[in-house]
Each structure stands twice: as C-alpha cells, then as structure tokens.
Design a protein around this ligand. Structure first.
Ligand code: PMP
Length: 354
C-alpha cells in the first residue's frame, strides 16, 4: 500500500479492527446474543421473497415506508420527515460528517468514547478534537461547555449511553451543550433501549433545537446487527442536507424490508432487552463483589478494571474460549452482556485467567 498514491492524511493509519475470532463465546462487539426466533426467521424469509421478484429495479431511494415505521417506533412526536436511515449508524455518522464537516472544519468528542467518531471524522477530512470526560466517565455540563467554548467545533459528539463506559448523560448536560455549541450537536444513542428507567432520551429535546441530531441503530437492542440499519431523528432541514451527500439507492430493497419486518416484530425483539438489563446489573454486582472497579452501565456492556496488564487478562480469557474487548482507558476491559450461559462462561474464564 505504501507504494500507492494514497491520500497523505491516510498514511500510517490502521483500519478499524475489533477482532472477529471464531470462539465459542463472543462478548466483544455489544451485539444482542439472542438470534431471531423461528417465527421471525420465517417472516423475514417471506419479506425478502416478496421483494426478490422486483430486484431488477432500484429500491425506494428515500426509504419512505421504513422511515415512517422508525418514526412510529421512536414516538416523542417524531415524524417520518424527521427520520433518515442508512447502512448502520456508522453510515449515518459518515453522512453527517460529509454534510457538516470537511476540510477546514472540526468535530469534538469527549474521550473515552466510541472510536469510530474520530475515525469517520478524519476520513472525511475534518479535524478531530479530543475533549475528556470526568474521572467517573460522566460528563459535567460545566466541563462540556468549557471545551466547546474553547474550541468552537462545527460538530459535537455526545454518546449516551457512552461506549465503552456505559455511562449515560443527564438531559441537563445535553441542554447545556446545545445552548453553547456553534454548530451541530450529535447525540449517539446506539444503546438507548438499554438505559435504566427514568433516564430520558435526547429525542425529547428535538422541538426547538434545529441543530440537534439523535442517532440510533437496529444493531443492538433490535438484534439486527447483520442487517446494517442505523437511523437518526432531527429537524427536517437536516435530512434535506443529508440528501445532498447520500449515495442514490444506498439502502437496498432487501435491507429495507428486513428492517421493516423487524420493526413489526418489535415486541418480540425488544422483549430480550429486559433480560439483558437484568443480566447486566447482575454482572456489575458480581464484578464489584469480586473487587473490580466497574463503571455504571446503562448499556448492554460493562467496563471493568483495573489491570496492570490488561492484554494478559484479555488473552487469558480468550484462551478459555471467551472473547472480550481490549478498549477504552489502558487499565480497563469491556465485556458485552450475553446469555446467562455466556455470562457464566465469562465469569469462570475471568476467575481462571487471574
Ligand atoms: N455508535 C456507537 C456508540 C456504537 O457503539 C456503535 C457500534 N459499536 C455504533 C454507533 C455503530 O453501530 P451500527 O453501525 O451497527 O449502527
């Protein structure tokens, strides 16, 4: 590759790379461990068969029906004109950067946070600015406001619940950011459905905040990571801006119908969320009982530490057939919440590895 006339700013970069290893227990990418039921598998097959006869034609470029379904799912008075969908929320974030970032512009996020925010930012030619969370991985409004006033970024990323820490933000912090941000404010709510009761969504701040974008995904709570559907809610003018950068027909007819079928089965799919929350809280309790430091989690994963040599612990757990994630601050590890059997395997592997 070094011989190629690749862009100067891409030289020396590493591709995103959570290891995809074939091990018995995979708890490293925050997927939902529950596969679709036989009933849903059948419905998905029927839905795909229905569009299959029309695959010689391009799909609905504006994904109108899917956006209606997503708006209904979101509630909060959100309309289809306020929703946009793409191949995963990563593509949503890329489109946001393409429309609102670019050379000469900046995006700011609060570390530790989702590693793709800076990667997508830089690939779009936008400058990334690191700001930092509090010691306990929360984010005090004052600290957030100070960073924004100092750097005046074109785009601010807030992630709530945050990956890899699991911590969520109070609405007041988001409101404080909205009050001072000179440009767009993106609240990445990929893990929204896993929050504990009483933690409100930034969706409730959409009225009156035309520069707020709330991103969501079907990869986590909806258990559809393989489908690749992410979406956002924002003022309709934001969607008009994204239409300028999206590729025509970016969302395949198969993707659209699979996503719509999954939404129609939301009762079944989201039914597992309560189970995963309970499993998460049990995991946090167990880890604390074992003497680990554990970040408060509103997501389907838990960040725990501290380890002088986290690589050795990660490898020790992997040697016992359980893949977790070496991510976030240097002394911490992240584990996704799986089935009860998977969590038992994780607990045994961790104890044996230490
Ligand atoms: N945002 C956050 C915070 C994430 O953790 C992830 C996935 N790990 C994404 C966005 C992207 O998810 P997807 O592209 O599957 O929607």
């Amino acid at each position: 590759m070094s011989d190629l006339p690749i862009r100067d700013d891409l030289r020396g970069r590493e591709p995103y790379g959570a290891p995809q290893l074939d091990v018995p227990v995979r708890l490293n990418t925050n997927e939902n461990p529950y596969p679709p039921s036989p009933r849903l598998v059948e419905a998905l097959g029927r839905a795909v068969a229905e569009v299959a006869g029309g695959l010689n034609r391009y799909p609905d470029r504006d994904a109108v029906e899917l956006r209606k379904d997503l708006a209904d799912y979101l509630g909060h008075g959100v309309t289809a004109q306020q929703v946009w969908a793409a191949n995963g929320s990563n593509e949503i974030i890329q489109q946001i950067l393409q429309a609102f970032g670019g050379p000469g512009r900046t995006a700011l996020g609060f570390e530790p946070s989702y590693s793709m925010h800076p990667i997508i930012t830089r690939v779009s030619g936008t400058e990334w600015i690191d700001a930092y969370r509090d010691e306990d991985f929360g984010l005090e409004a004052e600290r957030a406001v100070a960073a924004i006033e100092e750097h005046r970024p074109d785009i601010v990323f807030l992630t709530s619940p945050n990956n890899p820490t699991g911590t969520s933000l109070p609405l007041e912090a988001i409101e404080a950011v909205l009050a001072v941000a000179p440009g767009m404010v993106v609240v990445d709510e990929a893990y929204a459905e896993f929050r504990r009761q009483g933690t409100p969504s930034a969706l409730s701040l959409l009225p009156g905040n035309p520069r707020l974008i709330v991103t969501r995904t079907m990869s986590k709570a909806f258990a559809m990571a393989g489908t690749r559907v992410g979406y956002l809610a924002a003022d309709p003018a934001v969607i008009d801006a994204l239409l300028l950068v999206r590729l025509p027909y970016h969302l395949s007819a198969v993707t659209q119908t699979v996503a719509r079928t999954a939404i129609a089965y939301q009762g079944e799919l989201l039914g597992a969320v309560e189970t995963l929350r309970a499993e998460r809280d049990a995991l946090v309790g167990w880890l604390r009982g074992e003497g680990f430091e554990v970040a408060d989690s509103d997501a389907n994963f838990v960040l725990f530490g501290r380890f002088a040599d986290r690589r050795a612990v990660w490898q020790g757990v992997l040697d016992r057939g359980v893949l977790i994630r070496e991510v976030g601050p240097p002394e911490w590890l992240r584990v996704s919440v799986g089935t009860p059997e998977e969590m038992a395997a994780f607990r045994a592997a961790l104890k044996a590895a230490l």
